[in-house]
Ligand binder design. Structure first.
Ligand code: NDP
Length: 285
């Protein structure tokens, strides 16, 4: 008998629409780089099929899967367990299947945190968070659990910012405040880290969040969640003012690394993942 195995380990993503999600290319590049017989399958799953898809992944003994829009909250109903920060955020985008048991995680904020930790520790820091959508909520919760001192959230729709600020104050030891975003926002003097967690700049190299750029200061950390283009106009302007900048590509790569650690117990190569994304996004090297 041959000792060769023709059975790959399966991972993937459930979302709809799903054709424009580049995570599959990033993950498969990293699996190939590590010489692993693991596949990542991008699946278009409509909301009414989510339960069947989850049961299917368990039945086929997948190692785990990502959940993207619109399944991040709905998938919780089909899980056995949810990790602490995902429970606070109220959304799961990564599920690990171990011995038939499904555990949900949220890697949006964890990916951001891992990227941030390459340049600074969040503990004791004052944060200005632009936006109050799903990404902002996940980032705020992880920063708070990591010991950030204060998170100032600004959003056009103030009620959404208030919801996140209330959640942070209820569930963590971090202070938070919510403010309406009108006109060009000023960056307060004592802020250490500024994060664009809006969708402004996605696929648009000219778009920039309305911020008074002259209130940015040398040495402040300016991060963007936008992965494409990786160096947004906001980051270019911050760099001109000698800020330390972090791209959304780092957040995406770290999400992949964290997901694979949950699924396979292995740490994948960040450079292989970043190269795959940069090729797709047409970044000149
Ligand atoms: P949501 O739709 O939940 O939130 C969008 C946010 O952007 C809201 O706060 C919205 O404000 C704000 N916004 C949009 N347009 C404007 C504008 N013109 N002026 C001011 N505010 C604006 O999206 P998500 O939070 O899920 O995603 C946000 C971005 O994060 C996306 O571009 C996504 O690609 C990126 N992302 C990146 C990840 C990565 O790994 N790099 C991971 C996850 C997301 P309002 O509430 O007032 O409408």
């Amino acid at each position: 008998m041959s000792s060769q195995s023709f059975l790959s380990v399966l991972t993937g993503s459930f979302s709809t629409p799903s054709a424009d999600n580049p995570t599959v290319a990033m993950m498969e590049a990293a699996y190939r780089h590590a010489g692993l017989d693991v596949r990542y399958i991008n699946c278009d799953v409509k909301p009414h099929n989510l339960e069947d898809a989850v049961h299917g992944a368990r039945a086929m003994e997948w190692a785990g899967f990502n959940c993207s829009m619109p399944h991040k909250a709905a998938v919780i109903d089909f899980l056995d367990d949810i990790e602490k920060s995902a429970k606070i955020i109220g959304a799961v985008n990564c599920v690990a299947i171990r011995k038939g048991k499904l555990t949900g995680y949220n890697t949006d904020g964890k990916g951001f945190l891992a990227s941030l930790k390459e340049v600074a520790e969040p503990e004791g820091k004052k944060i200005l968070l632009l936006g109050a959508g799903g990404a902002a909520r996940a980032i705020a919760v992880e920063l708070a659990l990591a010991g950030a001192k204060h998170i100032r959230i600004i959003n056009r729709d103030k009620a959404k910012a208030e919801k996140i600020a209330d959640l942070i104050e209820d569930k963590t030891h971090t202070k938070a405040s919510a403010h309406v975003w009108k006109g060009n926002a000023s960056v307060p003097d004592d802020v250490d880290i500024i994060i664009n967690a809006t969708s402004i700049g996605l696929g648009n190299a000219e778009a920039i969040p309305p911020v008074d750029l002259e209130t940015l200061k040398k040495g402040q950390i300016v991060a963007d969640v936008i992965p494409n283009p990786p160096v947004t106009r906001f980051l270019q302007e911050a760099k001109k003012r000698e800020c330390i900048t972090l791209t959304g590509l780092g957040m995406l790569v770290h999400q992949g690394i964290i997901g694979a650690e949950f699924w396979l117990g292995k740490t994948l190569d960040a450079t292989a993942m970043k190269n795959a994304l940069e090729d797709i996004f047409g970044v000149k090297k």
